[in-house]
Design a protein. Structure first.
Length: 356
């Protein structure tokens, strides 16, 4: 038996995504698979990187992009019969669940992980096939909560949560967020919700204004600032908060060489830097600063599925706002929206409806 629908395929780097019929063999499903009908799929900067060719996906082309999916399980394999009919989030990182990394709670670093729209076909479609075990049920959402908005939790919000947890942030710490849009904006919200003092750095007044309304105690426009100026301002704010550098938590979320250099320059004695953003470009920093400051740098990638319930509780409880940062659009506008993203014309994270 097959399921038929529609999907948008990347056939070649730089080419427009092509709408075509989708045919999925679905019966019998593999015991550990699930067929998900897509309710909404978020549009992420990573999708643009795959589409324009600046980042190479692991799956051979043609490929269906999209990795921020919320939907309904149409059918589940024999190992997961209770999932049938359930509304679910599809985590952007789908770990195997049984390797050394997964058993150690580091499923987001699982060597066998699958990412929709990268390792396997993704959510710019009406349906997708995914491993069933990592799926996160969302049938406990508050009555009336717009489930479509939860698509951004699959990556942007959960990645931000994992970054904050990776930093071991505690109440009263100073969180310096470099790049306050997208994931960075959610880092600011989550860090503030967990009791930190938050300083948001960005080149966009609009993003800084939004950060000030949702999490940031103070903001810093770095569009014309030297790294020395930024360091002085950030450390000065921490001094006013009476936070020693041992409790600095620096989050690089801009994914730009300038942002990464700025974030590295904010390090001080005993401080911790979390690298969240991505750029394929090389960045020149003096690693000896880590030695001199006895500082720590961590990378972070995605979020293990077992952490999603806590992320969702923060969203449902109003500690993390989604609505002011998202906008819905028909998936038929996908190529136009990718162009708008490339030209920095989007001010919110787009949530795409595959039926429109």
């Amino acid at each position: 038996m097959v399921t038929r629908g529609k999907a948008y395929y990347l056939d070649a780097p730089g080419a427009a995504l092509a709408p075509r019929e989708l045919t999925l063999p679905t019966r019998p499903l593999a015991p550990d698979q699930a067929l998900v009908e897509v309710r909404a799929c978020g549009l992420c900067h990573t999708d643009l990187g795959f589409a324009d060719g600046s980042v190479r996906p692991k799956h051979a082309l043609p490929l269906i992009l999209g990795h921020e999916v919320v939907g309904t399980v149409v059918e589940a394999g024999e190992r997961f019969p209770s999932l049938a009919g359930a509304p679910v989030l599809v985590p952007a990182v789908l770990p195997c669940g049984h390797c050394d990394f997964c058993r150690a709670g580091r499923g987001n670093a699982c060597p066998s992980q699958q990412m929709p729209g990268n390792d396997i076909h993704g959510g710019f479609a009406t349906h997708l096939l995914v491993p069933a075990a990592p799926l996160v049920r969302v049938d406990d959402a508050p009555r009336g909560f717009p489930l479509e908005e939860l698509s951004v939790v699959a990556d942007a919000v959960s990645t931000a949560y994992q970054a904050v947890r990776r930093s071991c942030l505690a109440i009263g710490d100073a969180a310096f967020v470099v790049g306050a849009g997208g994931v960075g904006g959610f880092v600011a919200q989550i860090a503030a919700a967990l009791g930190a003092h938050v300083l948001a750095c960005d080149v966009s007044p609009a993003r800084l204004e939004a950060a000030a309304r949702f999490g940031a105690e103070t903001t810093l426009d770095v569009s014309a600032a030297t790294p020395q100026d930024a360091r002085k301002a950030a450390h000065g704010a921490a001094a006013e908060w009476k936070v020693p550098s041992l409790r600095y938590r620096i989050f690089e979320c801009s994914g730009t060489p300038a942002g990464q250099q700025l974030a590295f320059g904010l390090l001080a004695r005993g401080a911790t830097l979390i690298q969240v953003g991505y750029t394929p470009e090389l960045v020149g920093v003096r690693l000896s600063n880590l030695m001199a400051f006895d500082a720590t740098v961590h990378g972070t990638w995605g979020c293990p599925p077992e952490s999603y319930p806590e992320v969702l509780r923060m969203v449902y409880g109003g500690k993390v706002a989604l609505a002011p940062f998202v906008e819905r659009a028909p998936m038929s506008r996908l190529n136009t929206l990718l162009g708008d993203m490339a030209q920095h014309r989007l001010t919110r994270r787009m949530i795409l409806d595959p039926t429109a």
